[in-house]
Design a protein around this ligand. Structure first.
Ligand code: AVJ
Length: 321
């Protein structure tokens, strides 16, 4: 009843595994080898990411939350009354509650996430806490959901895209995504987005190479996931996590690097790795306020307000068509 599912999704686990296997084989057949970062977030990956957010080196989560806390009144004033909040990806429920608590009579909250269990549990919890707000989760890839925007409310749509998730997308894809968001916002809606800023390279690189090794575990979990769900036989001890800042491309690049010449079997297919060969798993683009503003304007969105922290580590922007 409250649940909206994408067309063609029969909720069939083996169907989803087939898509995963096909994506894995396609990505590992390319040169250089690559895997989509969205596959990092299975149950274990999501739990590890929650741990990453608590790490002393990983500043983005706590910085964004602090910006939200200090500016909640101004941010929600910008969004205006009777908003229908559409959240892309399952943000931390703390940030969502901050928004819902400060907004003037919000009408509905529509979280979009591929992780069914997570989004349904959050929705159920929020329904009991906010009985006056309609909670309508969508279980889908948010990129796909943005293509089917007839499932969104017709007006006062505030797309909420926190967590610097936009950083996962190379600039061209990020701009296309912003364009789709702009289409969904209409004339009286807007976009509230959080993204990470360029800063001292040592600070950036430490955030993706934590001393406790949680980020490495998070990366290597992708190999375990292929073993579990794609019939692979990766020896995780023969790969290592590599993350560094590419200053030209203005992004952290993350890879799994083979520590020896080896052959891995994935569902009957053999994939060979040379010592030092890498699988690309993630980008995390870092922006300047000016650079992001320019990209957004190419996508049809104009910046109304910008909030940041006193170190200018992270930015939150409100944009409209
Ligand atoms: C969830 C995409 C924002 O890029 O900082 C953190 C993911 N990967 N550590 C980021 C991530 C390794 C994170 N985002």
């Amino acid at each position: 009843e409250h649940l909206q599912k994408p067309d063609g999704d029969m909720g069939n686990a083996s169907l989803r595994d087939d898509v995963f296997l096909a994506d894995v084989l396609a990505g590992l057949s390319q040169t250089p080898k690559r895997l989509s970062s969205k596959y990092l977030y299975d149950e274990r990956g999501s739990a590890l990411f929650d741990q990453i957010c608590e790490l002393p080196e990983y500043y983005p989560t706590r910085t964004e939350l602090a910006i939200m806390e200090s500016n909640a009144v101004a941010i929600t004033r910008e969004i205006g009354p009777h908003a229908n909040v559409v959240e892309l990806g399952s943000g931390s429920s703390v940030k969502t509650r901050l928004l819902l608590d400060h907004l003037d009579q919000p009408r509905s909250y529509i979280p979009i996430d591929i992780s069914e269990d997570h989004v349904l549990a959050t929705a159920q919890q929020l329904r009991s806490e906010y009985p006056e707000i309609e909670i309508n989760p969508i279980i889908d890839d948010f990129c796909a959901a943005l293509e089917n925007s007839e499932r969104f409310p017709g007006d006062q749509v505030c797309v909420y895209f926190p967590g610097s998730t936009i950083g996962n997308f190379p600039p061209h894809d990020a701009q296309r995504l912003l364009h789709k968001i702009s289409d969904c916002c209409g004339v009286c809606g807007g976009l509230l987005i959080g993204f990470d800023l360029q800063k001292d390279i040592a600070v950036l690189e430490a955030a993706y190479n934590d001393a406790a090794g949680i980020t490495a575990e998070f990366s290597l979990n992708l190999l375990d996931r292929m073993n579990r769900e794609a019939g692979a036989n990766f020896d995780t001890g023969q790969f290592r996590h590599v993350a560094f800042y590419n200053a030209t491309a203005e992004r952290i690049e993350i890879f799994l690097e083979s520590e020896c010449d080896q052959i891995v079997r994935i569902d009957e297919i053999e994939i060979s790795f040379e010592k030092g060969e890498r699988i690309h798993t993630e980008y995390s683009h870092k922006y300047t306020i000016a650079g992001f503003t320019q990209m957004a304007s190419h996508a049809g969105l104009a910046v109304r307000r910008v909030w940041s922290d006193d170190q200018s580590y992270f930015a939150i922007m409100y944009l409209e068509n």
